[in-house]
Design a protein around this ligand. Sequence first.
Ligand code: ZN
Ligand code: ZN
Length: 284
Amino acid sequence: MLIGCHLSIARGFEAATQTAVQIKANTFQFFTRNPRGSRARALDLNDIQKMQIIREKKKFGPLLAHAPYTLNPCALDPKTREFAALVFAEDAALMRHLPNCLYNFHPGSHVGQGIKSGLAQTAALLNKVLSADQTTPFLLETMSRKGTEIGSTFEELAEIIHKTHHNHLVGVCLDTCHVFAAGYDIVHRLDDVLEQFDRTIGLERLKAVHLNDSLMPMESHKDRHALIGKGTIGLPAFVKILQHPALCELPFFLETPTDDDGHKKEIALLKKQLNQSASFPSGT
Ligand SMILES: [Zn+2]
Ligand SMILES: [Zn+2]
């Protein structure tokens, strides 16, 4: 199983990788820069090389780089969209130095322009940034539709992908809290939801999962992460998600509201649950 959580890279990639090993993770997510979208840290190739030695030794899975979530690729103000394009392009350049790394971003908020226009703006931005020789997969995160967020339905995500020219490496990161809040019943109808994903987007585009419980009920359109097993999704649903044949080989990333020590406990809890259900199959 490939599992990790969001970690700070304030002390560098090697230090973050060491933390991941300490908490029994074999991958992690990080912000490419301060979430407010300020300048990225200077590239330290020596630090990346040291990280790679640990990743290889410990058989790490793909890392997940998260774009600043305050960027809005489909903002009304062209300057805000330009800024998002600039950050994406800079981040794409950084990704070239990070082997086996995926790049995740929020599709944006249409801020009153309407969903159609929002989807077109975000695809236009991807068309500006992505080239034929793109090497890093760009992942659209599934959203909860809080406010005017786009990307809360599989159809909307599919439309962005179809409007993007070089879309061979455009994929999706499924956030369990967000899809549940958006109205997809992953607790009682996981198979149906994944079939729907396959029909609309194609499961081959699903590259990562954000593992978060939800404080709010299904279809609440509220983005409030809860600790694993302490929300409306619940522990048994997470065990099914981790074991599902369509998902079990993907990297899973916790973004639950706790610290490194809390994430260590959640990883241990999930591994224990998986081991138990492997030795005592429920038959369902
Ligand atoms: Zn996110
Ligand atoms: Zn997320």
